[in-house]
Design a protein around this ligand. Sequence first.
Ligand code: ADP
Ligand code: MG
Length: 325
Amino acid sequence: MAGSRNEDEALGEFELIERYFARQSDADGVLIGIGDDAAVIDAEGPVAVAIDTLVAGTHFPADFPASSVGYRVLAVNLSDLAAMGATPRWAMLALTLPDADRAWLEGFSNGLFELANRHDVKLVGGDLTRGPLAATVQIIGTVTPGAVLTRGAGRIGDDVYVTGTLGDATAGLASLRGPRVPDDAVRARLEDRFGRPDVRIAEGLAIATLANAAIDVSDGLIADLGHICVQSACAAVVDVDLIPLSAELRAACTPDLALAHALGGGDDYELCFTASPDRSDAIRSAMMQVGTRVTRIGKLIVGDSVVCRRDGEPFSVPASGYTHF
Ligand code: ADP
Ligand code: MG
């Protein structure tokens, strides 16, 4: 970065890249990594590619911990590949920084590589520019032909499932904004689900040949299941009593608020997917093998929207109070 203004910026652009981003050894498939005009990778087959940007002030507050920004910008991309049944392999990072704040870069890169290493993803290149704080990751993953999950492959009569539990991240965000959840363990768990969401890569792979449609829950169950409905030309009915809620969410919120977070809140990065009822045993055992809870919450039906029911009666989703940053 040109135009150094303080001691911390004494490191030039290439030293910054070397120090903070060129820390993984090259792996299978990386023929040319960081340091040349372009990376060269050997995917040996079809790839899934996704890209997502986090902008300070829009997707996270300017004072959000740097490590969480680094973690999340990769997590949102990995989650998109999970929902396709893809295996993430390589990432590119475009980072725009107001200044070369070394402590911020240290935190950001630590958060990013924590998640990258957990899922064996290699950072193979990127870009570093000066400007308002924003981070973009492009992710590339391999897919097996015939085992790719899409939003549009749902069929009427399919069961609708979700992995894990819903609503925790929204409750965690509310706690971070205050008032904080009083119980230490409950607060830590909920805030972590917002700041350091895990992503369902193994789960996406486990259901890739069993499920029909899939999406990751980033904007809220009702909204994201709605995308499956639009693209699969059907409606969904969700039984709200079946929605999986964590013990922490139930401890921190009233039952109505917990349900509102679970149906309307985003950022949990669970998978929502549909499958033919005759796959239900196979789905349960595939999920058991990866050690993840899976819950059937409803069905795809004729129509064009997501409707909720409780005890067979129509149920209107309460406002969750969730808003994007
Ligand atoms: P060019 O000027 O040819 O675009 P750059 O100077 O932008 O190249 O980048 C030099 C090398 O460093 C490239 O291999 C690029 O992919 C890598 N790189 C730049 N910024 C980052 C970053 N934030 N993270 C990882 N690699 C980066
Ligand atoms: Mg460049």
